[in-house]
Ligand binder design. Structure first.
Ligand code: ZN
Ligand code: ZN
Length: 381
């Protein structure tokens, strides 16, 4: 992706946030974003200390703040923004907004501690003759914008998912998933293949769960040895350009029993129903129900112990959550997982997970784009 496209994407994202600042019953004349993932989303800057000031009506007043360690990096990554160099970026940018005349300054209530808030109030009152500006606590503003992926983000998600697909195919080709290997060996081999194919990082701690361990939804790989007849459940992802992939595949080693085919087919049917329910504007709880009802009707409701899926992007778990207690609807352009599972304690479990992008009539006829392409038909390895 050319650098100029990246910069224009970030500016467009700040403009969308700008529009939200005025469009509320509690408008803010300036907004300080201090959640580091949101700072990255709005500017491209990836340092460990930073904040961004977004003006409600004047893009030329937008600023990025970081400390002296990141002088070079901030110029490279966010060269379209004038940097302010300070240690306490939140307070520094709020004072700057105050000094430019802002009477209302918004901040991210879910990214500011009570101690930071109290220090901010003191700092804004410091040296003021008149009233200090009013602080406006907001939650989820930038997270809401991040639900809808732009073209650059979808491209990075495609690349991350392709790395995952290729890495999984490579360890299958090499015969790594076989009786005698340990869960840890399979996990490390898969991670090595992801790095070899251009992953910047792994998306989360790789899950490889064999035999009875596959009934534990988030099992950590151990020295347990894979054996013939085991389910092997593998849940993993790659990070490319900051964007995460997420996929689960479940295989059987050497020979499959009838109960394994049965629960695999059940989860596959539920997963297909969940994918088919991914329509722009669909009720989030309704999407969960489309998949869950398949499992409940088969008598395995109690063995399906988590939500259907989650948004994925700069974080592995982000909005929107798709589950039985979710509220709201699915926006066009959201990237989400669909990952039902059935877990039989002491015996084994199956989860099948894909990452998809929700498309609308203009972009794809309303059929979601499947980013994780690895085969998910019942497979005995
Ligand atoms: Zn996963
Ligand atoms: Zn997931």
């Amino acid at each position: 992706m050319p650098a100029d496209l990246i910069i224009s994407d970030h500016r467009a994202r700040r403009d969308r946030l700008r529009a939200l600042l005025a469009d509320t019953d509690r408008p803010a004349e300036a907004f300080v974003v201090s959640d580091l993932v949101n700072v990255r989303y709005l500017t491209g800057f990836t340092g460990s200390n930073g904040a961004v000031l977004v003006s409600a009506d004047d893009p030329s007043a937008d600023r990025i703040c970081t400390d002296g360690r990141y002088l070079t990096q901030v110029a490279e990554q966010a060269g379209d923004l004038e940097p302010v160099i300070a240690r306490n970026c939140l307070a520094e940018l709020a004072v700057r907004a105050r000094d430019k005349g802002a009477a209302t300054i918004g901040f991210e209530a879910d990214a500011v501690t009570v101690a930071e808030h109290s220090a901010l109030v003191d700092r804004l009152a410091d040296g003021q003759r008149g009233a200090a500006p009013t602080l406006i606590a907001r939650t989820g503003l930038v997270q809401g914008l991040r639900e809808v992926k732009d073209d650059g983000e979808v491209e990075l998600l495609r690349r991350a998912c392709a790395v995952g697909d290729q890495a999984l195919a490579a360890i299958i080709d090499r015969g790594v998933i076989a009786a005698g290997a340990t869960e840890r060996e399979v996990a490390r081999a898969l991670e090595w293949e992801m790095y070899a194919r251009g992953a910047d990082d792994i998306a989360f701690e790789t899950i490889v769960a064999a035999g009875a361990n596959s009934a534990v939804p988030h099992h950590r790989p151990t020295g347990a040895v894979l054996a013939d007849g085991d389910f092997v459940k593998i849940d993993f992802g790659a990070v490319v350009g900051g964007y995460h992939s997420d996929m689960t595949r479940t295989y059987v080693l050497s020979r499959a029993a009838d109960w394994q085919r049965e629960i695999y087919d059940l989860v596959a049917t539920a997963q297909a129903a969940g994918r088919a329910a991914l329509r722009p504007g669909a009720d989030l709880r309704g999407i969960d129900d489309a998949a869950r009802s398949v499992i409940v009707e088969a008598g395995h409701g109690e063995h399906y112990v988590h939500g259907l899926g989650h948004g994925v992007g700069l974080q592995i778990h982000e909005a929107p959550g798709i589950g039985a207690s979710a509220t709201g609807t699915l926006p066009c352009g959201a990237a989400v997982t669909v990952e039902p599972g059935v877990y039989l304690p002491g015996r084994g479990g199956v989860r099948i997970e894909d990452t998809l992008v929700v498309t609308g009539p203009q972009t794809g006829g309303g059929t979601p784009e499947l980013l994780t392409a690895a085969d998910k038909t019942f497979t005995v390895i």
